[in-house]
Design a protein around this ligand. Structure first.
Ligand SMILES: *[C@@H]1O[C@H](CO)[C@@H](O)[C@H](O)[C@H]1NC(C)=O
Ligand SMILES: *[C@@H]1O[C@H](CO)[C@@H](O)[C@H](O)[C@H]1NC(C)=O
Ligand SMILES: *[C@@H]1O[C@H](CO)[C@@H](O)[C@H](O)[C@H]1NC(C)=O
Length: 471
């Protein structure tokens, strides 16, 4: 078989004025115990159906008369199609990959079994893989995150999807098994998110690995499981770790937080940002993102920062650099993102004013000394999911969000553009592993080659620029 390589060389020259920085990107978002720590948008609007019948007990046909799928309700396919079309608009990198590689069909002959969140954004990925020549069977890596209408839309076009929102543990493994265990069809690629699919194949169908050319794994947990297999000498195919990608630093920290800080605060508290006094602790990438968004909304923003470079940057960007104690009595909102422990102490929480909001945007969940608030003299009142009022003996209330855990993970959704980066990385990794000449990859865990990481950036750049010039 002829090996296909996609060339992005001209692209590189054309855009050489844009620096490419190699960065790292973590994909950690915990939704349920059932699987994974990767991102999902997980928004769905057709789940209020009264139909309590388990999809496993129903026989459904798509309009072509096939029944090789199991979803909540195939009749929702139209809704799902619209969701997918909306997602496509902000996933121009994948669409551009589709256009560039459609003629070459770099995945012709690929039989991919996938286990990821099943959302409109994943559907754009799956349909891209199909456009590049692959056959796909798909299941959900999380029992809650499936968008039923999207699963229906995929089944309608002939992708074998086994997933619905609210699966039981037993359903979860049943669906995985249905994907792998199909007469006359054996996968030769695995796309996994969390490692459950890989684990299942190892346990139940070890022979399948004779045909597998590679595993692409998304989540930190799954990658960890692969390294363990590799160490034990049990990994019998190459695997690609797409946990790390070039865009981590800028995208996840700066831009994602700039998008999600307002969303997270709004959903939980309905706060008005204009005129509010906000103190952001830490002026790293996350702090830069948060302050930029709040400033644009008309908040009065203070910054605390111990690193002199970042502190000077905050000054240059027009923020008042202060010590937390100087402003603690007057601020309406405290946001921590320093990466350190006990940035907001009990003593400071004692001095905050009635009705102020405290939340954390940093990676650790120890920035706010939440443990110190669990004392008998303070009353905790849960007012919404992720929102607690902590009440002092004199009646003062402090509003604590997500119990001091990362606000954006618990209280906001992930922008499609960010999911597009993940999905494009997965597609490129599959193409690379499937087409790699014998011997390029051994039975080990690899990072996406740097060259591919750059292609990824160019694909997004094209998308972004295309959007700008077309209007
Ligand atoms: C995944 O990425 C995160 C963030 O870049 C990093 O801390 C972690 O070590 C990576 N995990 C693996 C298994 O590569
Ligand atoms: C949430 O914030 C962290 C930084 O603390 C960032 O790395 C991550 O990408 C953000 N996620 C979203 C979905 O905004
Ligand atoms: C705190 O604010 C609430 C709501 O405005 C008010 O009912 C309460 O009396 C205030 N408590 C104190 C101690 O100021």
């Amino acid at each position: 078989r002829q090996r296909v390589q996609i060339q992005f060389v001209e692209d590189k020259q054309e855009f050489s004025r844009f620096p490419t920085k190699a960065g790292r990107r973590s994909l950690s978002r915990s939704i349920s115990q059932s699987s994974t720590d990767s991102y999902s948008s997980a928004a769905s609007y057709t789940d209020s159906s009264d139909d309590e019948t388990s999809p496993r007990d129903k026989t459904q046909l798509n309009s072509k008369g096939t029944s090789d799928f199991c979803v909540k309700n195939i009749k929702q396919a139209e809704f799902g199609r619209r969701e997918i079309e909306i997602a496509e608009q902000d996933m121009s990198a994948l669409i551009s990959l589709r256009k560039r590689a459609q003629g070459e069909k770099p995945l012709a002959g690929a039989k991919i079994v996938g286990c990821t969140h099943i959302t409109a954004q994943t559907a754009v990925l799956i349909e891209t893989l199909v456009a590049l020549g692959a056959q796909c069977r798909w299941t959900a890596c999380n029992i809650y995150s499936t968008q039923n209408e999207v699963a229906a839309a995929l089944s309608e076009i002939g992708v074998a999807v086994f997933a619905w929102k609210g699966e039981s543990e037993d359903d979860f493994w049943w669906c995985i098994d249905k994907c792998v265990n199909m007469e006359g069809w054996q996968p030769n690629m695995i796309l996994d998110d969390g490692g459950d699919l890989t684990h299942w194949v190892y346990k139940k169908y070890p022979n399948v690995f004779k045909k597998i050319r590679g595993i692409v794994e998304e989540s930190v947990t799954g990658v960890h499981r692969l390294y363990q297999l590799s160490k034990a000498g049990k990994l019998c195919v190459p695997a690609m770790n797409v946990n790390d990608s070039v865009t981590k630093q800028k995208f996840d920290n700066l831009y994602c937080c700039r998008e999600s800080i307002l969303d997270g605060l709004k959903r939980t508290t309905d706060v008005m940002f204009g005129g509010k006094q906000v103190v952001v602790c830490g002026y790293g990438e996350v702090g830069k993102g948060c302050t930029a968004a709040l400033k644009a909304m008309g908040s009065i923003v203070y910054v605390t920062e111990i690193d002199p470079i970042c502190a000077l940057q905050a000054c240059m960007d027009g923020f008042r650099v202060v010590k937390l104690n100087e402003v603690i009595r007057q601020v309406d909102v405290i946001i921590t993102c320093t990466g350190n422990k006990n940035v907001v102490t009990r003593d400071q929480l004692d001095r905050m004013k009635n009705g102020s909001i405290v939340c954390n945007m940093g990676h650790s969940n120890t920035e706010i000394d939440v443990a110190s608030l669990r004392t008998p003299e303070l009353t905790w009142e849960r007012v919404r999911s992720q929102v607690d009022h902590v009440i002092w003996p004199d009646g003062k209330r402090v509003i604590l969000l997500a119990e001091g855990r990362l606000l954006n993970l618990s209280c906001s959704t992930v922008p499609t553009f960010v999911l597009s980066i993940t999905a494009t990385t997965q597609a490129l990794a599959l193409i690379e592993l499937y087409n790699a000449p014998e011997g390029r990859y051994k039975q080990d865990v690899y990072l996406l080659p740097k060259k591919m990481g750059e292609s990824l950036l160019y694909l997004h750049l094209f998308g972004a620029l295309h959007e700008n010039t077309e209007k």
